[in-house]
Design a protein around this ligand. Structure first.
Ligand code: UDP
Ligand code: MG
Length: 337
């Protein structure tokens, strides 16, 4: 084991064979997206603040108020009076959780950055283990839920199906049970900031940047207050965003399908021509014509629809609109209080 100087003459032990083990005094940023979480803010901060001080004094909790219509921002600001390390970014409207996470990533100053939900479904205690793994040289420590019993059966089924499809067709698979509770090294944060796309499917982006990643299991608990902000349609659109952002297979599959249908059509056409030559023409055939016309028409509409999904997203990307708009911010280095 090597010794390395960390600050004013103090030394720490560096694990063998690991060149990137991190120093002991470190800065920790915690990013918390909040949308109508007024009832959860106090419970969340009461639990997380004492814990953070056990790991480091140099921390910041960046709360992102994602256009809440309740008193979320007021609650956070009330806490900020006693604890200035609690910071707040207020969005101009609801931009979605992915945008809120991006804002946190843009403004975090820590050596290690943790993203966590405000509803305490992610046990903050797990951050201790995450930090320990990070100190040993792991770049990304993702918490992996060990059971889905707290979700409805329908949601479990839909998300299971989504991950199966996504991982079949995306360039880089994402682990199904990893949520948005994760610790990232500063280098990963810098990498994420360099990704220019508007479509922030964070789970996919995390997988795309790579780095040394590890998963640790945890038990998902019920929300402390309020209810889930995700509805079926938003999850469906979220899934479409994810798939279109990380795979072009849905576009390419149509040429193969086209070839196959054309081939089958040719075989069938030869059969009909031969039959007509040998046995002469008979008029029936209404059913087969109509079936073929409807089938091909249906396929064409589906393929157009999928083209549309991609083209719509190209339009959004080309507009280059900002990912989120900040109405006000407290405690950030590049913002006035
Ligand atoms: N959230 C957000 N913007 C949104 C929806 C959700 O910032 O548009 C936050 C929310 O406040 C919470 C986290 O994202 O901190 C996870 O949301 P939720 O608990 O509703 O989702 P679930 O746990 O059901 O996936
Ligand atoms: Mg939740």
């Amino acid at each position: 084991m090597d010794q390395r100087e960390i600050s004013d003459g103090k030394h720490e032990t560096v694990p063998e064979g690991d060149p990137v083990a991190r120093p002991a005094p470190f800065r920790l940023s915690v990013i918390v997206p909040m949308f109508n979480e007024a009832e959860a803010v106090d419970a969340f901060l009461d639990r997380i603040l004492p814990l953070l001080s056990t790991w480091t004094d140099d921390f910041e909790v960046i709360c992102i108020d994602d256009g809440s219509r309740d008193a979320t921002a007021a609650r956070v600001l009330a806490r900020r009076r006693a604890e200035p390390r609690v910071k707040l970014i207020c969005f101009a409207r609801n931009f979605g959780k992915e945008a809120a996470l991006s804002a946190g990533i843009d403004h975090a100053t820590g050596d290690a950055v943790v993203t966590i939900d405000a509803d305490l479904q992610h046990p903050p205690e797990l951050m201790g283990e995450m930090i320990a793994r990070w100190r040993e040289g792991v770049d990304v420590v993702a918490a992996m839920r060990s059971d889905r019993s707290h979700d409805s059966a329908a949601r479990g089924f839909v998300s299971g199906a989504f991950y199966r499809v996504f991982n079949k067709i995306a360039e880089r698979p994402i682990p199904p049970e990893a949520g948005d509770f994760r610790l990232m090294d500063r280098a990963v944060i810098h990498a994420l900031r360099r990704l220019p796309e508007r479509n922030r499917f964070m789970k996919g982006l995390f997988a795309w940047v790579g780095f040394r990643a590890e998963m640790i299991p945890y038990e998902h608990t019920d929300r402390v207050a309020g209810e889930s902000k995700f509805r079926f349609w938003s999850l469906w659109n979220f899934a479409l965003d994810g798939i279109t952002a990380f795979s072009t297979l849905p576009l390419r599959v149509w040429s193969y399908l086209g070839f196959s249908v054309a081939f089958i059509a040719m075989v069938y056409a030869s059969f009909i021509v031969l039959r007509t030559i040998i046995f002469g023409a008979d008029v029936p055939g209404y059913a087969s014509i109509l079936t073929a016309v409807l089938f091909i028409g249906g396929i064409q509409l589906v393929s157009l629809g999928i083209l549309g999904e991609y083209i719509g997203r190209i339009l959004i990307e080309t507009k280059q609109r900002p990912l989120y708009l900040v109405r006000a911010a407290w405690g950030l280095e590049d913002h006035e209080d």
